[in-house]
Design a binder for this molecule. Structure first.
Ligand code: PBG
Length: 328
């Protein structure tokens, strides 16, 4: 035979046949929309390094969430910027602090129409910007002193009405500490979405602008993971699973698709991927320069996340994506 028997192009010959053999699709129900509520703001403040992203004032928290509800996005992830920071992050767990108030307003407005996920971490609330209590002599984050505070934050979020608790601080034992704090306070049915493999990544740069959570000394490499490691992500995740995590996460997204694939294969659990601030800003910047087609670019990026095995995508592009999917 002078020609190949197998011709891959047969199944690429038109849109109908392509749709028929398509292995992965994106759906609005995959999306989680993250946003920032700033207790100090009186109006929407644009985040310079993330065009299209704002810090919302507290009185507009439900307004921010309404955009997701209107587009049928099932979940939001709420980050808070408190009115005051101190070394112990005391404004992270008060009943009327920024996240707790935001959650209450959002749940009052939308009830069961929207899942509210809350980020549980101390870095937005500490004046040094680290994710826990710091030993000021050694500048080390003291793991075991941080755990009860994470438990308190989680309980305060659940009391305010949070549907899912998402701890992002990468402290050892944090899932167990949060699980038992939730259980002891009657929230045994509140699921935990663990940021189970969170890398010490430069791609978080713009977020630290948005959430005002840069640090005044050191970096987060003593608790977040080394980007060089893959096996370690499996071990980290295994511990979170044993401690009671209900859902897992890989963060950042696109540079870590191998980790997404491995974690999905290994644990077969609901898995989120976080397309982080730097990934968003890179696409925005290229698009603003006319170098990339923005919509096609984030669509392809998210499709690759589904292909790797993610079930949920946390993305600042959630609204734009939902708009595209609604038109399809
Ligand atoms: C920690 C937290 C961070 C992000 C989400 N939760 C910042 C960090 O660990 O430095 C980053 C998200 C992003 O870059 O979009 N509370």
């Amino acid at each position: 035979m002078s020609f190949p028997v197998n011709r891959m192009r047969r199944l690429r010959s038109g849109n109908l046949i392509k749709e028929m053999v398509r292995e992965n699709t994106l759906s609005t129900s995959d999306l989680i929309y993250p946003f920032f509520v700033d207790e100090n703001a009186s109006e929407k403040i644009p985040v310079a390094s993330m065009p299209g992203v704002f810090r919302w004032p507290l009185h507009m928290a439900a307004e921010a969430a309404r955009e997701a509800v209107d587009l049928k996005i099932p979940a939001v992830l709420v980050f808070g910027i408190p009115k005051a920071k101190d070394a112990a992050g005391t404004h992270s767990y008060g009943d009327s602090d920024v996240v707790q108030e935001s959650v209450r307003q959002i749940k009052a407005a939308f009830g069961d129409k929207l899942l509210v996920v809350t980020d549980v971490c101390m870095c937005e609330y500490t004046d040094h910007g680290h994710c826990g209590i710091v030993d000021m002599k050694t500048h080390d984050v003291i793991n075991d002193e941080t755990l009860p505070i994470l438990g308190k934050i989680a309980v305060s979020h659940a009391k305010a009405g949070a549907d899912i608790i998402a701890p992002s601080g990468m402290m050892d034992g944090m899932i167990a500490a949060i699980r038992s704090a939730l259980d002891d306070n009657g929230f045994e049915n509140t699921p935990i979405m663990s940021y189970s493999s969170k890398y010490a990544s430069v791609f978080y740069g713009p977020f630290r602008d948005a959430a005002d959570s840069g640090f005044c000394f050191g970096d987060r490499a003593s608790y977040q993971m080394d980007p060089a490691n893959g096996d370690e992500a499996v071990r980290e995740t295994q511990l979170d699973v044993l401690e009671g995590a209900d859902m897992l996460m890989v963060k950042p997204g696109m540079p870590y698709l191998d980790i997404v694939y491995r974690i999905k294969q290994e644990f077969k659990m609901p898995l989120a991927i976080y397309q982080v601030s730097g990934e968003y800003s890179m696409i925005k910047a290229a698009a603003q320069n006319g170098w990339l087609d923005e919509e096609k670019c984030f669509y392809e990026a998210m499709l690759s996340m589904k292909r790797a095995g993610a079930n949920m995508i946390i993305t600042y592009y959630a609204k734009e994506m939902a708009e595209i999917l609604a038109k399809k």
